[in-house]
Design a protein around this ligand. Structure first.
Ligand SMILES: [Zn+2]
Length: 269
């Protein structure tokens, strides 16, 4: 089996026709989930993409914003329910910076039944990426880094599979001059592009600390990135989005451009 990306969601913070951006990297050795979107919709997104929560033993959460962190509570509830009803062997690890881990704990404590909250220690480990920025998995090594966002503190990762392939994720942050060093040379770069540059007056990305397809493509062209995957996009016209974004990116960047829709699966090697 090859490695694949499964796009659980591709939308921005307030999507109209998609789920918030979150995805799974599935390799023969592990299932790695990044972010969980903004609510219990994640349960259906996992089911519809054939992703069994019992297989998701690694959940990385990039930052504390609602559209990335609130779905985490529902993943945790899913694990608790598995443990109560059908058995759950082993443990899940949730990775995040100290702000993320503290927020998840607070939200769970305030919103879960006390008896369920008390089960978390038995089922889930929390890995603070500030304290432990390097991770070895069977089949991959992962480094966590600060995405240098203008807004809330956000963590990204660089994953190198044993096959030599490298995947870099910048959360919903775009590729910018500030974080290009971490992305340089990636086989796959996954990052935010809020809208096309042509539509910047309609969607006003810069007001929200977001950038456009053209902005990302211009930086990517100097970074030796083979495949550029753009997500966390406005979803006013998802059927035409890929074609339009790819056309704009191609003017500045010569590599492959992907603008997936919810549920898309992409074989990455
Ligand atoms: Zn976001």
């Amino acid at each position: 089996m090859s490695a694949e990306l499964i796009m659980l969601g591709t939308g921005s913070a307030f999507p109209r026709s998609s789920y918030n951006t979150c995805f799974v990297i599935r390799t023969p050795q592990f299932v790695w989930m990044t972010d969980a979107g903004g609510g219990n919709g994640i349960v259906g997104r996992l089911r519809e993409t054939g992703t069994d929560v019992a297989d998701v033993r690694h959940l990385f959460v990039t930052h504390t914003h609602t559209d990335h962190i609130l779905g985490t509570v529902w993943v945790i509830r899913s694990v608790i329910n598995l443990a109560r009803w059908s058995g759950y062997e082993g443990r899940m690890t949730i990775y995040g910076n100290s702000d993320v881990i503290s927020a998840i704990d607070t939200i769970c404590r305030l919103t879960l039944l006390e008896s369920h909250y008390n089960m978390i220690d038995k089922l889930i480990d929390f890995h603070n990426t500030d304290e432990e920025p390097e991770l070895a998995l069977p089949g991959a090594r992962v480094s966590f880094f600060d995405c240098r966002s203008e807004g809330v503190r956000q963590t990204g990762f660089r994953m190198r599979l044993d096959t030599g392939m490298t995947i870099v994720c910048l959360g919903d942050e775009s590729l910018t001059e500030r974080n290009m060093a971490e992305a340089t040379g990636a086989d796959w770069l996954m990052c935010g592009a809020f809208c096309s540059y042509a539509d910047r007056e309609i969607f006003k990305p810069y007001e929200k600390h977001h950038f456009t397809v053209r902005d990302v493509a211009e930086v990517a062209s100097g970074c030796g990135i083979k495949n550029l995957l753009l997500y966390h996009c406005e979803d006013s016209d998802p059927a035409r989005r890929e074609e339009r974004y790819r056309a704009e990116a191609r003017e500045y960047y010569a590599g492959n451009v992907f603008v997936p829709r919810d549920g898309d699966r992409i074989v990455i090697e």
